[in-house]
Design a protein around this ligand. Structure first.
Ligand SMILES: [Zn+2]
Length: 366
């Protein structure tokens, strides 16, 4: 359901990337013409550099970390993935063992857990450890990304596995930051994948941009734009503005976004939901009902974490498109009230009074 706005947004990004590339060619030509003086300025400004290939980092293979054989066939699609998705493993927490052996043990542990959940192999294509080691996750992922034209279909984002390539970052980043070694390794790995698949950095996303989940943790999620910028620098391409995304509301959350969601749920027929501004039991029940009615798969990155911290009733990226009508908000009293709630809270509203797009809603609810 979120693929259509994604396509529109990508089309815009694509056209801006083309414009940037044209500018780079022009500047490169000028530099080339004055080659005799180039040695005087070894530091070329970022915007004057042609897009460069990010080097392949050392990635430990499934064979090296002792993976068991997959229990299902590995599916290789004749397409490249659109989005590079950042996850956190949640389990086994934030270990202070930064060794390669520990990183390999994490891979074996995740693979066993994912096979037990019916994924056939590790769900994610790559794993990144707190010690800064990058490892292949699902079998064949390394070789296929090296090829640059195909995609190993994983099992890490519900309903979007044909278009996403995932990196599980060891640890849980709900309220603490990642180690520097993990960050540096993540930048290198994402820059290489984006280079191989020729993806714009705007398509670097977090798991919660697809499913209603805490993953990759509020702290790591909050650094995604910094990651896009670092990857852009590593690739020698222009930095881009942050993409528009849906907010994540958890049970007991308070504020205008919750009140707007409550009006939107009422407009969808959940008339028992009050406009309290608190994500209360009645609101949570409505969200769960929507999840069931639309058969939205709950996808988490860690069984243990989710048995301890229940994500039932989280209202995120897979729920908002079901309750934000694309049309003229004034045609429904409750939808109009949702818009007015956000307007009063200082949100940006579309300049034109016409029909709302999903992008309009994202900007309004941001
Ligand atoms: Zn995840």
């Amino acid at each position: 359901m979120s693929s259509q706005p994604g396509l529109n947004r990508r089309a815009l990004i694509r056209s801006s990337m083309v414009a940037t590339a044209a500018g780079v060619v022009g500047l490169g030509g000028a530099n080339a013409a004055s080659g005799a003086t180039a040695r005087r300025s070894p530091t070329v400004p970022a915007q004057a550099r042609a897009r460069r290939a990010a080097a392949e980092p050392r990635i430990y293979t499934t064979e090296e970390w002792g993976a068991q054989a997959p229990t299902q066939d590995i599916v290789v699609l004749d397409r490249v993935p659109t989005y590079i998705v950042v996850h956190h493993t949640a389990d086994p927490g934030n270990s202070e063992d930064y060794s390669l052996e520990h990183a390999m043990e994490i891979c074996r542990s995740i693979q066993s857990a994912h096979i037990a959940r019916g994924f056939g192999d590790s769900g994610q294509q790559f794993t990144n450890s707190r010690g800064g080691y990058a490892l292949e996750g699902r079998h064949q992922s390394l070789g296929v990304v090296q090829g640059g034209t195909q995609h190993v279909q994983g099992a890490h984002v519900a309903d979007h596995n044909s278009e996403t390539i995932g990196i599980e970052n060891e640890g849980i980043y709900v309220d603490v930051d990642v180690p520097q070694a993990l960050w540096d390794s993540l930048v290198d790995l994402v820059a290489w994948i984006a280079t191989q698949y020729d993806r714009p950095v705007a398509d670097i996303m977090g798991h919660r941009d697809f499913n209603s989940t805490e993953c990759p943790g509020t702290v790591l999620y909050g650094r995604l734009q910094e990651l896009r910028d670092a990857v852009a620098d590593a690739m020698g391409v222009a930095r881009v503005p942050a993409p528009e995304v849906w907010p994540l509301l958890r049970p007991n959350a308070v504020g205008p976004q919750v009140r707007a969601a409550q009006y939107l749920l009422r407009a969808k027929g959940f008339t028992g939901v009050g406009t309290t501004g608190v994500l209360d039991a009645a609101t949570k029940r409505a969200v769960v009902r929507l999840t069931e009615t639309h058969r939205i798969e709950r996808h988490s990155c860690s069984a243990t974490y989710h048995s301890a911290v229940d994500e039932t009733g989280y209202l995120g990226s897979d729920i908002w498109p079901l309750i934000t009508p694309t049309g003229r908000p004034g045609e429904n009293e409750d939808v109009a009230a949702a818009v007015e709630t956000m307007r009063r809270a200082g949100a940006r509203t579309p300049a034109a009074a016409g029909a709302f797009t999903l992008s309009d809603w994202k900007r309004l609810l941001a």
